[in-house]
Design a binder for this molecule. Sequence first.
Ligand SMILES: Cc1cc2nc3c(=O)[nH]c(=O)nc-3n(C[C@H](O)[C@H](O)[C@H](O)COP(=O)(O)OP(=O)(O)OC[C@H]3O[C@@H](n4cnc5c(N)ncnc54)[C@H](O)[C@@H]3O)c2cc1C
Length: 392
Amino acid sequence: MTVAFTEPEERQELRRAVARLASKYGRQWFTNKARAGEKTTELWLEIGRNGYLGINIPEEHGGGGGGIGDIAAVCEELAAQGCPLLLMVVSPAICGTIISRYGTDEQKKRWLPGICDGTGTMAFAITEPDAGTNTHNITTTARKDGDVWVLNGRKIWISGVDEADHVLVVARTEALSSTGAGTGKVKPVLFVVPTDAPGFEATAIPMEIISPERQFQVFIDDVRLPSDALVGDEDGGLAQLFAGLNPERIMAASFSTGLARYALDRAVAYAKERTVFRGPIGGHQAIAHPLAQSHIEVEMARLMTQKAAALCDAGDDMGAGEAANMAKYAAAEAACAAVDRAVQTHGGNGISQEYGMAGLLVATRAGRIAPVSREMILNFVAMHSLGLPKSY
Ligand SMILES: Cc1cc2nc3c(=O)[nH]c(=O)nc-3n(C[C@H](O)[C@H](O)[C@H](O)COP(=O)(O)OP(=O)(O)OC[C@H]3O[C@@H](n4cnc5c(N)ncnc54)[C@H](O)[C@@H]3O)c2cc1C
């Protein structure tokens, strides 16, 4: 029986199928790849071949015709098997959604099939060193030179540039103030930029996350782009960008709940086996209660994530905005707590490479910072949900 608070059987079957596929790879394979500086391309292409990577993209462009709820389920189940793929957040969910909604037919034909089968991964670049959280202050500028757009700027923390053929870059067209700072009211314009374009360079940032997917600083110096590199309307404003941001938050939440489930599964298995006094350590409430608490927190975050996805797929962008922010907040908090408790359950093994728990600490911690920080979500909820004065 399906009630409004459970997912349809088709979605549940999708979850089981993705979990089966990912379990062939598993956590050990994933961390070995990361530590060896290798990529997880086999897994990426296999989920692409199976139709999971583009499950949210329209069928006529190589996708599965599903929604954000489906791709979020894929993302969560991969992470729950210990194989979190950050580029799923970016390539199909942000870039795929924006191009599906606002691209021309020609652009959809050119870019969406590769996003779906995994052969044409697209990164997404909005964050800048000086603007940070305040994306209204981005200074990457697009100038028209006849039929050509000329892009200049800097981006930071951009995931997966080394695995992408293109980056969807967020720029602005307004003239900058004499100080060089942004005007504070961005009118974003979106461009698909080939990663091999002259003037485009990326430098990897050494990170503490154990992941094959890396973050980059990006330098854009007089990158010349044809007019059809512009996605959407030059004057389309924030709506075009926001089309990708609710999916981004829902995916980030799923990434967190998946990792939390992975850590909890490991911790529960360990707590059932490890015996130091009488009976397994899971028999002590000091071990059992924190794990039970985490299970509740993760299930609540999953429910909120599924609500956000349902609103998003129903086209309620406003409702989805609030729910996606709340889901992302709840999921990141639940994941941080779950991993911390999983480490504690493992005792000394919790910080050994063999058990791989401590390696999850930074990965889940990143969920409180990116793609939008917990403080900015609290700002949003205080202002929009509670009607309190704007605080920033
Ligand atoms: C692993 C990882 C992957 C990423 N991938 C991408 C990507 O692919 N593409 C992309 O464009 N970006 C990416 N990012 C960037 C990410 O979105 C930013 O790091 C994030 O938005 C925070 O910006 P910042 O790091 O500049 O922090 P800052 O803006 O410098 O903020 C620092 C701290 O101050 C707080 N703060 C700032 N202003 C306020 C305020 N008004 N009220 C309360 N608190 C405030 C913030 O919440 C934060 O805790 C990634 C980041 C990470 C860590």
